[in-house]
Design a protein around this ligand. Sequence first.
Ligand SMILES: [Zn+2]
Length: 248
Amino acid sequence: MASFTIEKFQDLVERLGYTIYYQQAIKCECYYNEQPRTTCKYCHGSGYRYLPIKKTNAIATTLQGSNELNIQGLREPGTAYITPKIEIVMGYRDRIIFPEVESKYSQTVDMLENSTSNFYREIKRVLFILQGDHVYEEGIDFKISEDRYSLIFTSADKPKKGTKLSVLYMTSPSYLVMDLIHELRSTKVDKDSVKPYTAKLPNQYLIKREDFVYNNTINEKIPSILEVEREKELERRKAEEEMCRFDE
Ligand SMILES: [Zn+2]
């Protein structure tokens, strides 16, 4: 058996791993009595906020533990293992996006004036848009917005404002770290070295598809300032009403 060296491992991840966009999770300030606030404008009730994206590599394997270094590891229904490069230490709820992988995603969106409400995920390709029995076509009826999170309707024959559209599209799968496996792995190295020392070994993490964690409802794009303002106004009124009740 060939001996493990950090250099060999790093090289393996570089050559055979997926490109990943990695975001560290940080617990949101809205926690009250161990529960995040469902109306929180920062985390939308998920309880976690995310730091800016870092681009790196990781090897993905299936839940069965077979060493498949291909796309199959990510096609498991919702769960996979990943091993990033040695220097990356992941934490609970960190987010991992696989930009090279496409996954199919379906949801409904609302028709606004000329565009749709925001999609949950970045749109790579639109497969199908349906409203009642009417099918809309890319390039003829609509185009994808610049930020790739909504559709802009260009034809006169667009869906009515306020209607719901069924959409099927391709996006990049996003996962959350659910378990830290072998977090404390290290090895004593003394072969050929003057002094024995402890070397860190690669860490493995259990990741789960984000839509399975949040059940499709929470990981929406950040709401507009207007929505946040409206929410604040509602909260203020509710508080006022409660005050009045105490006065009676
Ligand atoms: Zn929050």
